[in-house]
Design a protein around this ligand. Structure first.
Ligand code: ADP
Ligand code: 5GP
Length: 185
């Protein structure tokens, strides 16, 4: 049997259901380790520091970047997001699977720095359904939704760059497909 990549990146447009799918998978398989990103975005209701994100100030983000503490980082729809390097490398060195849930720009950076990373694209069943989900989530004001939909057009066009595409019609189905790809033993 060939060896599987140990680092998996899950990407896809905002609102497609990345967090929902990952949360569903981890409810049944808490052993799947998901990197917690740093972000300058403000927490949504229910989001906790150190669990969903490390919520940092602009100055703190500047420092993380300057000190080389991020494996990758990007500006997305007006906020910065980045993957803390040390925790990821530690797990990979121990041979443990790592899952990143990051945007397209981040996925491209990981592809550059880690050639054997597995890039998974989560696609919506249709454009209309993506708009419905992003709007229906009710967490962003209209102008932010507009920015995110603008970014979504670019992200959808980049789908061929990914190794695997999963279409998020059923959360249960996609969560089990993703689990198989992450290859948790
Ligand atoms: P992302 O993390 O990709 O930005 P979310 O996980 O926040 O997206 O999902 C956006 C919205 O879509 C949420 O309201 C979520 O409940 C809903 N959603 C996610 N997956 C599905 C699905 N398969 N069918 C219907 N609604 C979904
Ligand atoms: P949200 O604000 O909806 O939580 O996330 C917005 C976008 O930022 C999503 O596409 C999400 O995958 C991405 N994102 C989250 N964390 C990171 C990260 O560490 N790096 C990059 N490049 N993108 C991230």
């Amino acid at each position: 049997m060939s060896e599987r990549p140990r680092l998996t990146v899950l990407s896809g447009p905002s609102g497609v259901g990345k967090s929902t799918v990952v949360a569903h998978m981890r409810k049944e398989h808490p052993e799947v380790w998901l990197s917690v990103s740093a972000t300058t975005r403000k927490p949504r209701p229910g989001e906790r520091h150190g669990v969903h994100y490390f919520f940092v100030t602009d100055e703190e983000m500047d420092k993380l970047i300057a000190n080389g503490e991020l494996l990758e980082w990007a500006e997305f729809a007006g906020n910065r997001y980045g993957t803390p390097r040390a925790a990821v490398l530690e797990r990979l060195e121990n041979g443990e699977p790592v899952l990143l849930e990051i945007d397209l720009q981040g996925a491209r950076q990981v592809r550059e720095s880690m050639a054997d990373a597995q890039l998974v694209f989560l696609a919506p069943p249709s454009w209309e359904e993506l708009v419905r989900r992003l709007t229906g989530r009710g967490t962003e004001p209209p102008e932010v939704i507009e920015r995110r939909l603008e970014a979504a057009r670019t992200e959808l066009a980049a789908e061929p760059e990914f190794d695997v595409t999963l279409v998020n019609t059923s959360v249960e189905d996609v969560a089990s497909e993703l689990l198989a790809l992450v290859d948790v033993v």
